[in-house]
Write a protein that binds this ligand. Structure first.
Ligand SMILES: Nc1ncnc2c1ncn2[C@@H]1O[C@H](COP(=O)(O)OP(=O)(O)O)[C@@H](O)[C@H]1O
Ligand SMILES: [Mg+2]
Length: 269
């Protein structure tokens, strides 16, 4: 749903491509993490208790799950360790930027629903928000009822948070391109009904990417939009630390800022 007064909850996902080289293992660009921590800090200060940060996996997440043994139901477990390090790096950078940030392991606060999608359980995240704290989440592996661990990439994490502010959640995904591209042109608006063609123009994900690159991102956002969220893909390089506009109604955003919005058909068609 578009949020005419701006969102009640902003989920900011920072793509791993912005702070990490996915072809390497456990690589982090500390300066980039500090920069995007300042972007998130600005949002938190503008709207304490209304912002959640989700870190992309970068080389930590993708590195941990690239070569999983399909015969081992617990093979994905190292993802939990790798992404814990990543969340801690963000938490320290956010603390450095003066923000009360707190890392939250996704599997400790979400479960897989009957449809396979992760859903928030328990009070941990809403209580952090109510206390004016910035939760720092990431992808994780979650157990199935029969004891297997399933990888839940960071693009899927925001979907579990929509219930915290139904019809008033905005999901902003910062990445290293201007949005969904059709050649050199950005596709400004997509809905579940119009996305078929866009999915067709997406290139295959590179070998080192484990979550489908833009295809995975768009597929996740289409599901989040169907769940009532207003979703935007933006180039992180175009968003400076004057990031408060991300909390404002979309109609007030600079027209010169390329982006792809993904919302449910009933409102965008
Ligand atoms: N049609 C397309 N439009 C935009 N990006 C695309 C497209 N096809 C493939 N991609 C790739 O998807 C990448 C973004 O996804 P990804 O690398 O997973 O980002 P993130 O690190 O933010 O999750 C782009 O850098 C680009 O290489
Ligand atoms: Mg990705």
């Amino acid at each position: 749903m578009p949020t005419p007064d701006g969102p009640r909850l902003l989920v900011l996902k920072i793509g791993g491509s912005l702070f990490s080289d996915k072809r390497r293992d456990r690589h982090l660009d500390a300066e980039a993490v500090r920069h995007y921590a300042r972007v998130a800090a600005e949002l938190h200060r503008a709207a304490p208790g209304r912002v959640v940060l989700v870190s992309g996996g970068g080389s930590y997440g993708h590195g941990a799950v690239r070569d999983l043994d399909p015969a081992d139901p617990f093979a994905a477990l190292p993802l939990t360790g790798a992404n814990a390090e990543l969340r801690w790096a963000w938490t320290e950078a956010l603390r450095g930027a003066g923000v009360p940030a707190f890392p939250v392991q996704f599997a400790a606060t979400a479960v897989l629903g009957a449809d396979g999608a992760p859903a928030l359980c328990g009070e941990a995240v809403p209580r952090l928000l109510a206390a004016g704290i910035l939760p720092v989440l990431s992808g994780d592996c979650l157990p199935t009822p029969d004891g297997r661990l399933v990888v839940v990439g960071s693009d899927l994490v925001p979907g579990a948070l929509i219930g915290l502010a139904p019809e008033a959640t905005r999901i902003v995904m910062l990445t290293d391109v201007d949005g969904v591209m059709d050649g050199s042109t950005v596709v400004w608006h997509l809905t579940p009904a119009t996305a078929g063609a866009a999915l067709g123009v997406l290139r295959e994900a590179p070998r080192w990417d484990t979550t489908g690159s833009m295809v995975g991102k768009l597929t996740a956002l289409l599901a989040h939009a169907s769940g009532g969220a207003e979703c935007v893909i933006l180039n992180g390089a175009r968003v400076g630390t004057a990031s408060r506009f991300l909390l404002e109604p979309l109609s007030t955003w600079p027209e010169t800022l390329p982006r792809t919005t993904v919302v449910a058909d009933r409102v965008n068609a």
